[in-house]
Design a binder for this molecule. Structure first.
Ligand code: SF4
Length: 453
């Protein structure tokens, strides 16, 4: 399998969305609680399953590469105030949903969810379980920071019903860690994973970043070998996008220490070859999984899905986002909570949902969403499926797209036939570029996106 074609990557060197949603969040505009409630009402008619996302925005130190929405503080009392508001939000939200609908997925993300004490994590999980009906065999995951986690935390996470953990590693090289202000020893991470597995965690996911200061192919090789020793079920390798004008912590990164564009690509190429040789399956974008992992199985069976947390397996769920800045996907809508903590508290304190932005999606959005989802998750698109679902003639509907699609076909990114698109191996890394052909919003977008590779 040859995914990496340097000349094609250079030819299609472009910036673009990561398509964790379509339309992407930069298109959201004013959205009200009433609009949100209308969508919940619509979705209740179908009585489909629910996925809960809880955002914990606090971190006790800042990583210089960070582009997340977080609050850096050592003051743990902030967590108590935040949880009080979050509990009220859970109460308001849960009253809107049909009580027979089951929660099949729960995810705590951040920031750093393990900024909460063990007792607070258990309390939050119990609050959600008393407000919603949980499936017995759901997928319940949490992002942890191994630097602040011990055996007691792992036991608390099990008590809180979590069965999957995700760990930020980025790089095990100490020089790189110093340059990004995140010192996290390999031994520490290894111990946390061992304890998690001993206590029954079914799945471990590790995040890495390439393109960080002081990284080279040589340093990253060592990191990958250490990661392989841990044998996580899932690995993500994100491309570091240096955008200091957008993300303040990045101003503390010395640009002279960043690897060159060619070195960065060499690191990525080495990583892909290494992980494939270790038996991992390339899922798409920056994700790899072991063949027995549900992501790899879902892709094989054609029902992989992508949402705000990346690739996922529960495509039929409505997503209920709780907490600061979290995004919901309910019925035919996306909606996002306040990003400012004080505004979030103010809304909750007067008994309102903190929904502030969003979008009701129309038929054209839905059609393009299905096109992009099939391409990005399954690497193929059957025009007939779109025609059956939306009563359109695919080639007429997308007649402006065919010049670029033909160029991509001639370049070997895709195989374009009269009734389908199949993404070829060397087109898989450029999947964002292929999806962008079908994005109706890009032409007028002023958003600064990251590079597609
Ligand atoms: S990268 Fe994660 S842990 Fe580091 S500051 Fe950002 S949100 Fe916090």
């Amino acid at each position: 399998m040859s995914l990496f074609d340097l000349s094609l990557i250079k030819k299609y060197d472009q910036s673009g969305p990561r398509y964790t949603s379509y339309p992407t969040a930069n298109n959201f505009s004013k959205f009200t609680q009433i609009q949100y409630e209308d969508q919940v009402f619509l979705s209740n008619n179908k009585k489909g399953p629910i996925s809960l996302y809880c955002h914990i925005p606090f971190c006790d130190t800042v990583c210089f590469y960070c582009g997340c929405n977080k609050i850096v503080t050592k003051d743990k009392t902030k967590a108590k105030t935040y949880l009080q508001a979050l509990f009220k939000e859970i109460e308001i939200q849960s009253k809107l949903f049909d009580t027979t609908r089951q929660v099949e997925q729960m995810h705590f993300g951040g920031g750093t969810p393990t900024f909460l004490s063990n007792e607070q994590i258990i309390l939050l999980s119990e609050k959600l379980q008393s407000a919603f009906k949980f499936a017995n065999d759901g997928e319940y995951s949490i992002e942890i920071d191994p630097r602040g986690v011990d055996q007691n935390t792992i036991k608390a996470l099990i008590k809180a019903r979590f069965n999957r953990i995700s760990l930020g590693v980025q790089d095990f090289n100490v020089d790189v860690q110093k340059a990004v202000n995140r010192i996290q020893r390999f031994k520490q991470t290894k111990t946390v994973i061992r304890i998690a597995r001993e206590n029954g965690f079914k799945s471990v996911s590790i995040d890495l970043i390439y393109g960080l200061p002081r990284q080279s192919v040589t340093t990253f090789k060592a990191t990958l070998e250490q990661v392989a020793e841990l044998r996580p079920e899932r690995i993500s390798i994100f491309n570091y996008a240096h955008l200091p004008e957008l993300f303040k912590p990045q101003r503390r990164i010395n640009i002279l220490e960043l690897p060159s564009a060619d070195e960065k690509l060499a690191i990525f190429k080495y990583s892909i070859d290494f992980l494939l040789a270790q038996g991992y399956i390339y899922i798409g974008m920056d994700h790899f999984a072991l063949p027995e992992d549900p992501l790899a199985i879902a892709q094989n069976e054609g029902h992989l899905y992508r949402n705000f947390q990346g690739y996922s397996t529960h495509s039929s769920c409505d997503i209920v986002g709780l907490g600061l800045s979290s995004i919901s996907q309910v019925g035919n809508s996306f909606s996002q909570n306040e990003k400012d903590l004080e505004s979030y508290y103010q809304k909750i304190n007067i008994g309102e949902l903190p929904v502030v932005k969003g979008q009701t999606i129309n038929t054209d959005d839905k059609l393009r969403q299905l096109v992009i989802m099939d391409l990005i998750c399954n690497f193929e698109l059957d025009f007939g499926k779109i025609e059956r679902n939306f009563a359109v003639h695919f080639k007429d509907y997308f007649k402006d797209a065919f010049e670029l699609l033909t160029q991509m076909h001639n370049d070997g990114l895709i195989e374009l036939t009269d009734h389908s698109i199949k993404v070829m191996d060397k087109g898989k890394l450029l999947i964002r570029n292929i999806c962008m052909v079908f994005d109706a919003y890009l032409a007028t977008s002023k958003t600064q996106f990251s590079k597609t590779i």
